[in-house]
Design a protein around this ligand. Structure first.
Ligand code: ZN
Ligand code: ZN
Length: 121
């Protein structure tokens, strides 16, 4: 479902204006489906950026739960508590869309290193 209304000027995320307050359209779609307020950022898990279909949006714990389920179904093991660089996986642990677990802190460090290599080249 595409959003044709107002968007946040910096993030391009769909917005609904209510008085002077802005609400994220994805957050409202989430509330329509679940009847509760989302925890953390609401995003669609269907692959379409800024999708606002109520059935597609998940909050942060919901996304994590979905992906962990996918991981169990696809035969993966439970997430580690700490990665091999000792980052707390409750905070930095992520599961990719294909069900593979990775540490976001390590990924960021890797990305920064390859960026530095590119800059030096
Ligand atoms: Zn969608
Ligand atoms: Zn790590």
């Amino acid at each position: 479902m595409d959003w044709t209304g107002e968007r946040n000027a910096t993030s391009n995320r769909p917005l609904l204006s209510h008085g002077y307050r802005h609400h994220s359209a994805a957050g409202i779609a989430f509330r329509i489906r679940t009847g509760r307020d989302p925890v953390g950022q609401v995003r669609a898990d269907c692959g379409m950026q800024h999708c606002v279909a109520p059935d597609h949006v998940e909050d942060a714990p919901g996304r994590r739960r979905n992906r962990e389920q996918l991981r169990y179904i696809s035969g993966g093991r439970a997430l580690q508590e700490r990665c091999r660089n000792d980052h707390d996986q409750a905070e930095h642990g992520r599961v990719a869309a294909d069900g593979r677990a990775y540490c976001n802190a390590c990924k960021r460090a890797r990305d920064a290193r390859s960026q530095a290599r590119r800059d030096a080249a």
